[in-house]
Design a protein around this ligand. Structure first.
Ligand code: HMG
Ligand code: MG
Length: 290
């Protein structure tokens, strides 16, 4: 039996958060409904962040109220603080995610605080999730390169990943936020993080700005990772990371994994339909994500 690799679908959240066109809630719901048919175990559908910071995600509660919940699919939401957590809980998120940075420059830009302040802010979120029995995921951003601080030391990533683990994250997703990681730098970063926690608790979250995300996934597979984040149609980016192009496209990751002999459980025809829908949602040629 070939190894199973989980692709966690990011399109409705990481994908759409960076679109310049304000996407109507009904279109987001239609995208989630199309993704529901593909075979994902987890779909990140919303982000309960400040609407002043990311207006595109302001309708997370409405998306989660309007979408169909498919059996066997768990729906994730980003929660930067307790206020966001309360929104995600009210919207019946199955799993919430806290998100820290490996560099001070990106932490300041994305969360308006230092790394240590962000970890302090996440602590009550983690405690509330534990008390409510809601699964907790963690992200570390800029795991190899930061748009503000340049090259990021592997040890800095390992330190933040360990802090998220200690807070109760069952899984830590490692974000190459601006897609500048190279197989060598991703491999060195993973070596440091694997000193802190096993591959079974890590996910790779690679943006495809420089076209190296699939190569970075391959070195991560060699290191034992079996969970990767991706967005249909290569949607997305991060509004606080200049130059962050889309997440690696789910359909490209799926095709590569299948070619390498892994099982993903996704239906390629339905995935192609969802990807076509995602591409149609983009602002149009020359606009949208950079
Ligand atoms: P702040 O301005 O320092 O916070 O922002 P504040 O506590 O002073 O609050 C400012 C205002 O926001 C207040 O409203 C709060 O009520 C409100 P006012 O009194 O001015 O009317 N507010 C909220 N409203 C709704 N939901 C909330 C919330 N929190 C405060 N949860 C804050 C700090 C963390 C809120 C802000 O910096 C923020 O929202 N940042 C999120 C940025 C973001 O969403 N970035 C993209 C996601 S991360 C990502 O894409 C990377 C990832 O994909 C991995 C990778 O690729 O690396 C995960
Ligand atoms: Mg991302």
């Amino acid at each position: 039996m070939p190894d199973f690799v989980e692709i966690v679908e990011m399109g409705p959240r990481d994908g759409l958060q960076n679109e310049k066109r304000l996407i109507p809630t009904a279109e987001k719901i239609a995208l989630v409904d199309a993704l529901n048919r593909v075979g994902f175990r987890r779909i990140e559908v919303a982000s309960f962040v400040s609407p002043k910071w990311v207006p595109q995600m302001a309708d997370g509660a409405a998306v989660m109220a309007g979408m169909t919940r498919a059996p066997g699919v768990r729906y994730l939401a980003l929660t930067p603080n307790l206020k966001g957590y309360e929104g995600a809980r009210a919207a019946r998120a199955d799993e919430v995610a806290i998100f820290a940075s490996a560099s001070e420059g990106f932490s300041r830009a994305n969360l308006n605080c230092t790394i240590d302040e962000s970890l302090e802010r996440f602590r009550p979120v983690a405690e509330a999730a534990r008390a409510d029995g809601i699964a907790l995921r963690g992200y570390v951003s800029v795991v190899t390169d930061c748009p503000y601080d340049g090259r990021v030391a592997p040890d800095a990533v390992a330190r933040v990943a360990a802090a998220l683990r200690d807070m109760g994250c069952h899984e830590v997703s490692l974000g190459d936020t601006i897609g500048q990681g190279r197989p060598e730098t991703v491999d060195a970063m993973l070596a440091a993080v694997l000193d802190e926690m096993p591959a079974a608790r890590l996910a790779g979250h690679y943006h495809d700005t420089a076209g190296r995300a699939l190569a970075n996934i391959e070195v991560s597979l060699a290191r034992g990772l079996r969970v990767f984040d991706a967005a249909v149609g290569g949607l997305g980016g991060c509004p606080y990371a200049p130059g962050a192009a889309g997440n690696v496209a789910t359909e490209a990751v799926d095709a590569r994994l299948v070619a390498l002999g892994y099982r993903t459980g996704l239906d390629p025809a339905r995935l192609a339909e969802a990807a076509a829908m995602a591409r149609a949602m983009r602002a149009g040629p020359g606009e949208g994500t950079e």
